[in-house]
Structure formats: C-alpha cells, structure tokens
Design a protein around this ligand. Structure first.
Ligand code: GCW
Length: 719
C-alpha cells in the first residue's frame, strides 16, 4: 500500500544527515531482518552520496570489493597494508562473524581484554576506529541498527582520527511509546486523546491507515533514537478498539509487520472487561477460571498472529475504565491473570498505577489525589507476577509542568517499575508553545528518592533495590506526541521532545542541552542553512530554558493545574477548584497551596523516604518550586529567593510573558535560514504562544491581586 498524504517532514533523518556514511565504503557482516534494515539504510545513503555497501552473511569469508576501490575511496585501508586485502571505511559486524577484517579483529580483541563484551547485551554495540577503519561490533543485529544510527549522529567525526573504543548499551531493555490513538474519533477527545498533531498515523476512517509508508517512516525515526516498543491504541479503550484484541487482530499484525524491521515490538492497550464485552462471559472477575481461560486462549491467538507481540498495557479502575475493583479483587489479582496468559510467550503486562478517585467531593479536605497511587499500590509490593511492570507516572498527580517525583517509585522494591513520561504536551503548551522537556525528564531521572545516589533512572533499570540487584527491570515509557501532521508533531520544534525521550531512555545521563545539539545537527544540517552558527545559537536561546519559561507564566510554585477544564489549554485559575477531579489550589484572601504535611495536612509527605519526607514536610526546607504543592502559605511568605510568594507570582508572570516576546523576535531574526514551511509554522505558533502567555500573565496576576489586595512592588499594570 502506498501513502496518499504528502511525504512528511524528514525530522532528524534528512538524507543529508547520512552524508558521512553514504559517501563511504561499508562492509556489513550480519544476517536477518534487522540486518536487512541496516543494509537498506546504508544502500539508500550510498545511492545519495556515492558510497557503497558490501553485505555478507556473518558466517562466510569477507569479500573482496572487486576492484571498485576507486569509487567513493577515502583513502582508507584496513590496516594490513596488503594491496589485495578488502578495503572498507566502515565495518558493521556481529561479534560472531568469521573472517573479519583486521581492524575489526583488533577491536574485538580490545573489547575482550576490557571485558566490555559482556556489557553489550542484545542491543548494545562497541565503536572504535582502528587503522583508518571505523568499526561497529554488536552481539545481535539490533546492536548494529543502533550502532549505525550512532555513526549517523557522529557524522564526519566517526571517520576522523582514531576513536577510543566505546561500549554503548541502553539503560533499560524497555523504551516504549504509548499512543493514545482511537480508531473511531471520540466525540470529545478526538482521534488522538491529548493529541496536538492531527489524526492518528495508525488509524484512518475507522480502519487501518492505508498510509503504511508513514508508519514505516515513524518506525525508522524511533529506531534511530532507540525506542523499541509501541502501543497502537489509547489506554482509554473504547468498544471499537477493544476488538483489536480479537477480530481486528489482523490490523495489529499488519502494524507489527511494519514496526518489526526497526526492532520495535507491538503492544496493545486492552479493555479489562473484554471477557464480557468480547467473550460473552458473565463476568470479567480475574480469579474466575473461565475468565482466566478466556485470557489464556485469546492471548494464544494473539501470539499465533504476532509471534513477537510485546504484551498488554492496562488502565484499570481509572477515570471510568473498568478494573478488578469491580469484582472485589486487587490490582495484583487483575494484573497477574493477564500476566499468566502472556507468560508462556514471554509477554509482559504494563499495569498503570494511575488509579484515583475522579469523583471526589471538593469539600472534603482529607482526600488527596496525590496520595492515591501509593495508597493503592505500595501495599501490593511483592504480589505482582514477574512479568508485570507497574507503570507509574513520574509525578503523583498528572504530568504537570512541575511536580515532585512520585513516591511510588521508591516504595516498591519487589516490583518491576516503569516510569511514564508525557511527550505529548498536554499540560505544557500543547505543541503550540515551545517547551523542550529534556531538562524536566533529566531532572526526574536523576532524582535520588533515598538521597543516596540511587536514581529514578536506576529504579527503571531495575537497580533500585538496596543490594543493587537486577531482575526487576521495568523501563521508560512516554505518551507519544506524533500524529499525521506534516511535521509529525504540530510544532516543528516539538520534534526535539520525541528525540530527547528516546535518547534519555537510552542514556539518562546525557545532558539535555547536548541532546538538543544532536537534534539540531541532524535536523538542520549545515547544507540546509546559510548560517549554522546563528541557527544553533537561536535554537538554544529559544529552547534551552523553554520549560522554565512556560512554568514562569503558568501555575506558580508547583501548585499545578489552573488550566481550562476539558481542553487543559490556557488559564482558568478556578476552573478545577470546585470540580470532582481532586486538583485544587485552595487560594483565599490570605494564602494559597495544598497542605500535604503530616503535621497539619493530608500526610502525603509521609509517603516519601528520608531525606525527602523531612525536606518536603517543612516549608523552610521545601524547594521554592514545589512550595505550593506541599504547603498552604500566606501570600507574604518569604521564599528562599527573598521574595514574597505574591511578588514572585507577579515577577515571574511579567518576566515569562516578556521572555516569550523576546524569543519571538529572536526567531524572526532567522529569516531565510530555515526552510520556509518550518519557519511559517514556528512563527504562527510563537504568535499564539505570545498571545496565550499574556493571557496567563494577566489572569494570574489579576486573580492574585484581587484575592490578596497586595499591589505589585514594581507598580506594573494589573487589571
Ligand atoms: O492526563 C490525563 C488525561 C487523560 C488521560 C489520563 C491517563 C488517557 O487528561 O486524557 O487519559 O491522564 O493518563 O490515563
């Protein structure tokens, strides 16, 4: 099938980004589906840039290039000096390949000497340059695919002087994107729930998309950043989508077929009550033998169609989705029944911890939504089957611009945990505002829940247990921001968020600014702009601190929400204040914030281990940016910054909106340096960001001035 929409923007993989590889002579020694993908990539690049590919199976003598040395010859040798030896500039080979060229043998020996080989694993690779040949070695073909894209990122630097040997491998085996895509557009949420990039790339007009080329292009982008798992439907599973598990399995198999060559396993979001709605059983009680048999049988059929199927993602007892509570069972009961069905095939259950009462009485000050996930799940630690991964949102509430890290992440040493991030910018400007989320995720992943060096990233990797033991590997998951928009992500600069998620999931220690540089270099290749230096500098000015800028003109000091109910876009300070959703700020004439202390509040601070239980408990030690998440304080409370809360609100909102205007002018200074379609789209979005930031500024400042009666010390205009 071919696509009928114009080809989408190449994002960070324009042909030009492959110039260094494409102009070289490449030897590939590997077999199988992923090796074919590597071969295809190199071939495609060679066609563009004049190089060549020699692809041979792993177990066969290396070929001679039939005297074609002149073509694309960069003067490299294999280091042997013999004229009739094969000559390549880049060797990509499995470590098990025989008869490797000398430079690859040298690298392999070096790797063995340093016992770096044990570290590679199924997806890792080693890279070095010896004797004028760049060598990528991997134990499995996935490692070669990731190694290839690493060489693409390095560009010419991969072919310069000698490269010291480096072993690369991912933090965690699971790096997953969840698509909140519906087959049938939902009357309120549309086709992609919280999607800001048009319709779904998987589903169109109630069917599988005819544009599988776009799915393929997406898979290629994901492979290049190391994402290896995808769900193809919304966690809110409606009736049409529930059928993907059974009679519409063919659609899922078709998508899996497109994703597979890129090392991506397909997962499905399932409906907990499927045994009733699809199977016609009288109950979906997870402990009922008939229900267990139904799941086992249904799952067997899934694997018959998709042998490498990844598993299920489940939103249960959450925001109207059914779950085990409906049958008087625990979430461990529910998850374990699905896990038992998947276990014979090596599949996993991603069971979401996003469980809370969304029909709360706002008058009730004792119920605290922030507590819910911990209260529900921490007591179940140790009860989940080995192939259940509890998927925990990074914050205790819901993907706010600023939240503390969820205490659940530190509370379940006997459970595999995946941390869930949101690439789609539901609460961070909806891809109309520039908001580069790399710094937010980096901060979350580097957070030390016990203050002792163990990080959130280590928990996701399964190294959170006291003894540093592995075996509890979870993963990193994020909600995708991609749709059928020509730029993939609505805002062209939001492509950087997708890029950063993959790169940080692979290596959480990467500096988000360096990740941004990678993205800039690949996306805006020097050949595509007259002044790469100015472009890079401007992109950094616009993007580096854009998360803090967004925070500065929206909800202050970690209090969250204040967005318009429903759409979650734009300001509405009291929009959620008297609703059942559990997201309140409690502003009155004297002060604002949620008292979550043990001493006088909801006790949420007690869900943290030390030192955080104490740090957050006291308004003196609580970090400014989270003050109103944990404490209700008077407007005159003095922050660590020396400002009062209300003056901080005024200052940040005036400054934030001003900053957006400055960024807009900076971007305007790029006239002619980026492609006109990208430029036009970014300008249009910056105009909207500027308008919206002023609206936020004026509504927030006016609200707090009217509530508190305290004037702005700088005498600026408040309405
Ligand atoms: O952030 C909230 C969103 C819902 C979403 C839910 C969830 C898919 O507003 O639209 O539903 O979280 O994560 O399940």
């Amino acid at each position: 099938m071919t696509g009928d929409l114009p080809a989408p923007h190449p994002a960070w993989l324009p042909d030009e980004a492959f110039r260094a590889i494409g102009s070289r002579r490449v030897l590939l020694r590997a077999d199988g589906l992923l090796a074919q993908t590597v071969a295809h990539e190199v071939d495609r690049a060679a066609e563009q840039h004049g190089g060549s590919l020699h692809h041979q199976p792993a177990r066969q003598a290396a070929p001679h290039p039939d005297g074609d040395d002149a073509e694309g010859d960069s003067g490299a040798t294999d280091g042997s000096g013999a004229a009739d030896e094969p000559r390549f500039d880049l060797v990509l080979a499995l470590t098990g390949a025989d008869d490797l060229p000398e430079p690859a043998v040298m690298v392999l020996a070096e790797l063995d000497r340093r016992s770096g080989r044990d570290m590679l694993g199924a997806e890792g690779f080693a890279l070095a340059r010896r004797g004028g040949v760049t060598v990528v070695l991997a134990d499995g073909p996935a490692g070669l695919l990731y190694g290839l894209f690493h060489v693409v990122r390095l560009g010419e630097a991969a072919f310069g002087a000698t490269l010291p040997i480096e072993a690369h491998h991912p933090l965690t085996a699971r790096r997953m994107l969840n698509h909140w895509d519906n087959i049938d557009p939902h009357p309120v949420m549309g086709q992609v729930e919280r999607g800001y990039s048009g319709g779904s790339i998987f589903w169109r007009d109630g069917r599988l998309t005819p544009d599988l080329d776009r799915v393929r292009a997406y898979a290629r982008l994901l492979a290049s950043i190391g994402v290896n798992a995808v769900t193809v439907n919304n966690v809110n599973v409606h009736i049409t989508e529930a059928h993907l598990l059974t009679d519409r399995l063919g659609d899922v198999a078709a998508l899996a077929g497109v994703l597979r060559p890129y090392g991506i396993r397909t997962h499905l979001s399932i409906y907990f009550n499927s045994p009733v709605t699809l199977g016609g059983l009288p109950t979906a009680d997870p402990l009922d033998p008939g229900v267990r048999a139904w799941w086992a049988d249904t799952t067997r059929q899934v694997y018959a169609a998709i042998p490498d199927f990844g598993g299920f993602v489940v939103k249960a007892d959450s925001e109207g989705q059914p779950g085990p509570f409906g049958y008087g069972r625990t979430h461990a009961d529910g998850a374990n029944t699905l896990a038992a069905a998947l276990e014979p095939f090596g599949g996993v259950v991603h069971w979401r911890a996003f469980v809370y009462n969304h029909r709360q009485d706002w008058r009730d000050r004792t119920t605290d939504r922030a507590r819910a996930a911990y209260d529900h799940f921490a007591p179940l630690d140790g009860q989940f089957a080995g192939n259940v991964i509890l998927q925990v949102k990074y914050g205790p509430i819901d993907f706010q611009t600023r939240e503390p890290v969820s205490p659940v992440i530190a509370a379940m040493p006997g459970t595999r945990l995946a941390v869930e991030l949101q690439v789609t910018q539901e609460y961070t400007g909806q891809q109309r505002h520039v908001c580069y989320l790399g710094p937010l995720w980096h901060e979350v992943l580097a957070f030390e829940p016990w203050g002792d060096g163990r990080t959130v990233a280590a928990v996701a990797a399964g190294r959170g247990a006291d003894n540093g033991a592995t075996g509890f590997e979870g993963g990193l998951v994020a909600v995708s921001n991609v749709g059928d928009d020509p730029f993939w992500t609505g805002h062209p600069l939001a492509q950087a968020n997708l890029y950063a998620f993959g790169r940080l999931a692979w290596n959480p220690h990467l500096d988000p600014a360096a990740v941004l540089d990678e993205w800039i270099d690949l996306t805006f290749t020097p050949a595509a702009t007259a002044d790469p230096g100015l472009l890079r500098q401007t992109l950094h000015e616009v993007m580096d601190d854009s998360w803090q800028t967004y925070e500065s003109y929206t909800a202050p000091l970690g209090v969250g929400f204040m967005v318009r109910p429903g759409s979650h876009y734009g300001p509405d300070v009291d929009g959620y204040e008297y609703t059942p959703w559990g997201t309140y700020h409690f502003a009155d004439r004297d002060g604002i914030g949620v008292d979550r202390t043990r001493a006088t509040g909801t006790g949420f601070t007690g869900q943290y281990p030390q030192p955080w239980a104490q740090v957050y408990e006291s308004a003196v030690s609580c970090p400014d940016e989270l003050l109103l998440f944990f404490h209700h304080v008077p407007y005159t409370h003095v922050l660590h910054s020396g400002k009062t809360v209300v003056q901080h609100i005024y200052d940040t909102h005036f400054e934030g909106a001003d900053r957006v205007d400055r960024l807009r002018s900076r971007w305007a200074g790029l006239a002619g340096l980026v492609a006109p379609d990208v430029d036009a789209r970014v300008r249009e979005r910056l105009d909207e960001q500027s308008r919206c930031a002023q609206e936020w500024r004026d509504q927030i400042n006016t609200y707090f001035f009217r509530k508190s009666g305290i004037p702005d010390a700088a005498g600026r205009r408040i309405h």
